[in-house]
Ligand binder design. Structure first.
Ligand SMILES: NC(=O)c1ccc[n+]([C@@H]2O[C@H](COP(=O)([O-])OP(=O)(O)OC[C@H]3O[C@@H](n4cnc5c(N)ncnc54)[C@H](O)[C@@H]3O)[C@@H](O)[C@H]2O)c1
Length: 661
């Protein structure tokens, strides 16, 4: 069968042969035993409902074995044989170009070069799933291949509920992930619902088909590292940045450190991932000996090298060793997956990677104790460094949250907010006031032709638009504009593409609209093929997350999620090709609500109308909320938006004289 025929077939009519477990690939750890015997039967029944009864007797023992061995039923046998990668949009079968664009993006999220655990359908973050099992994948692709622009596919946490009649301006796909009743939103609820096959953790861009590999985060991380050095008034050259994680997103840190120009030390416990990042040239050197690492850092600092050094081992060892050696760390952070602390997101010190994997499945209580002990050690070592002048920030991975829950010394008294973390999050100090409040966020696009030449042309177009805009940009956003022009100019030579031909660029509402409009014109003129627009959920309006995206909201509303919900509803009726809303990306299940969109530009007038309407809303919604919270940058930005668009009328806050209290 051809690729197209296989997609159109969906779940095969005849059972494919069982597939051997491929040990050459990175697999998800065994998940915690959480189901009762009755619930295991329910999980099996749930999985068998995808198949005709004549296959049940053969599939049942196999699925039972998967559940016992891996804690989940992935239905490995149904993994397709064709190569998993984003193809040219013309290679997909179907009646709807929009649906084909979504197929391309789904396959990119499962590409072996892109996904963290491709056979378990996990794109990044340890548990960020595109689907929960292969039947869902096959069925979804089939629906997409047969739908028209008068239908909408409804996705319930990886499960394609079906095609419903709609209209051409409606989204082709509406995705929800992990939407549970709030009182059932503890980590163990995820374990149970996911094992039952009824809910999944979509992370941000995994379950919304908008992941573009670590490039997506390299840019944001570069901006963060650059601005962190600006904050401490130090040149990155010769400076030392210490952090951890070489996974899906964390793997961007050494590359960003190189672009910023500092010395980066990044610890990682997983040898396979470390090798992948080294092979991809995202990290320059791998070290396994701490004494050698110390010497290498000293030499690199002396020579002012822009170099990244992976330490294959536990991050705690690095913080402690550098303290003993009195090595001055300028900037410190952490990007282990602490949003998922008990299931492989954070590895305890003093035991091997394999021992930890075994312990988390066989003795989860002891594993939890070990994680919490390590977190206390970790925070204690960081405190020693910060006393000596290190600038430490939480990198949106729930490090401070979990460290505080473990009883680590990370809290202090804030004059107005009460008991607070003693270190800022990167959003409080950097991304919030410098970017999000002004509307700057991770706008991205994918060239649907798959051609590198198209990407190069789009880079040039985006650069021209920004260079034109900067001529009249107000002082308040000059720095952001300059950083982004510099980024897009260097993007080609930084070799950032993994998987689809994608690019990320921080832009504000005006920039996003102008760049998108210019792309649409270039498509209409036949200069480039179709372009898929999107963004990370980690953006101005997409995400309500009190310790990350909305951590610089100080009016008490940072624990509300109205903004993210409004955003996705608003995007859906303003022309998005697909929309998604998730519980739990980034910082953990129950800790955040985040949403996003995808939009196909095909050069048509409809596409132009949609992009203008939707992008304007998609950014200004968040700015209005940030402005209402009295964030000065956002008040400035929303007033500017109102001047540009007379139909925008936003309620502005009045500032109160503090002396009145
Ligand atoms: N910085 C950002 O802008 C940003 C954005 C989104 C999310 N995050 C958060 O960052 C975290 C990392 O994301 P990811 O996609 O890279 O996850 P990931 O699970 O792919 O990578 C984390 C890595 O940390 C390693 N690790 C765990 N404990 C360790 C330890 N004690 N010492 C050394 N290495 C250890 C793991 O082996 C893993 O490879 C997540 O919590 C994510 O939500 C950050």
């Amino acid at each position: 069968m051809t690729f197209k025929e296989q997609i159109q077939q969906g779940i095969p009519n005849e059972l494919p042969q069982p597939k051997p477990y491929d040990t050459n690939i990175n697999h998800a750890p065994k998940r915690k035993e959480i189901l009762t015997e009755e619930e295991k039967i329910l999980a099996l029944k749930n999985s068998l409902r995808y198949f005709e009864p004549k296959f049940h007797a053969e599939l049942l023992p196999e699925f039972k074995e998967e559940l016992e061995k891996y804690g989940r039923i992935y239905m490995y046998r149904f993994r397709p044989d064709y190569e998993m990668k984003a193809r040219d949009i013309a290679d997909y079968p179907g009646k709807s170009e929009q649906a084909k664009a979504i197929m391309l993006m789904i396959q990119n999220n499962l590409d072996y070069a892109v996904a963290q655990h491709p056979h378990e359908l996990i794109t990044y973050g340890g548990n960020g799933g595109v689907f929960s099992n292969w039947a869902q994948y096959l069925l979804t692709m089939k629906y997409l291949s047969e739908m028209t622009d008068e239908q909408t596919l409804t996705m319930y946490s990886g499960h394609p509920m079906g095609l419903f009649p709609s209209h051409k301006d409606a989204p082709r796909v509406v995705v929800t992930n992990g939407m549970v009743i709030p009182n059932y939103s503890k980590p163990d609820n995820w374990e149970k619902f996911n094992a039952l096959g009824v809910s999944q953790y979509g992370q941000m861009t995994a379950g919304s088909y908008m992941y573009i590999g670590p490039q997506g985060i390299v840019h944001g991380t570069t901006i963060t590292v650059l601005n962190a050095f600006r904050k401490i008034n130090k040149e990155p050259k010769g400076g030392l940045f210490v952090t951890s994680g070489l996974g899906g997103m964390s793997g961007a840190q050494p590359k960003a450190g190189n672009i910023a120009g500092c010395v980066t030390v990044c610890a990682e416990v997983n040898p396979k991932i470390t090798k992948i990042r080294h092979d991809q040239k995202w990290v320059n050197e791998i070290h396994e000996n701490l004494d050698e690492l110390v010497e290498r850092v000293k030499k690199a600092q002396e020579n002012k090298e822009a170099v990244s050094l992976a330490y294959l081992g536990n991050i705690v060892e690095v913080w402690e060793k550098f303290d003993q050696e009195n090595l001055r760390i300028d900037i410190g952070s952490d990007q282990t997956s602490l949003h998922n602390p008990w299931a492989g997101g954070y590895y305890p010190a003093g035991q091997s990677f394999e021992e930890s994997n075994k312990m988390m499945a066989e003795n989860p209580e002891l594993f939890k104790e070990k994680v919490q002990e390590t977190l206390k050690r970790h925070a204690a070592a960081i405190n020693k460094h910060t006393e000596k002048g290190t600038y430490f920030f939480d990198y949106g991975n729930a490090f401070l949250l979990e460290a505080s829950r473990a009883g680590a010394d990370v809290m202090s008294d804030h004059p107005t907010l009460g008991r607070e973390f003693k270190f800022p999050s990167y959003v409080q100090d950097i991304m919030g006031p410098m970017c999000f409040d002004y509307g700057f966020g991770p706008f991205r696009w994918v060239c649907a032709s798959g051609k590198p030449e198209d990407l190069q042309k789009t880079d040039e177009i985006a650069c021209q638009v920004l260079e034109e805009m900067i001529k009249t940009s107000p002082e308040e956003i000059q720095q952001q504009m300059k950083d982004n022009i510099q980024w897009i100019k260097g993007a080609q030579e930084n070799n950032l593409v993994v998987g689809s031909q994608a690019r990320i660029l921080y832009a504000d509402a005006e920039g996003r609209m102008k760049i998108a409009e210019a792309f649409n014109k270039a498509i209409a003129n036949g200069e480039i093929g179709a372009v898929i627009l999107g963004r990370d959920h980690h953006d101005v309006s997409g995400t309500d997350s009190p310790y990350r995206e909305t951590s610089n909201i100080y009016d008490g509303s940072r624990f509300t999620a109205d903004m993210a919900i409004h955003n996705v509803i608003g995007d859906s009726f303003r022309g998005a090709t697909w929309v998604s809303i998730h519980n739990g990306g980034g910082v953990g299940w129950g800790e955040v609500i985040n949403g996003g969109f995808g939009m196909l530009l095909d050069g048509s007038d409809d596409a132009e109308r949609r992009l203008k309407s939707m992008l304007f809303w998609d950014v200004n919604n968040g700015i209005s909320r940030r402005s209402w919270a009295r964030n000065e940058g956002a008040v400035f930005a929303i007033k500017r938006a109102m001047e540009a668009e007379p139909n925008l009328k936003v309620t502005l806050p009045n500032f109160v004289d503090e002396n009145l209290f």
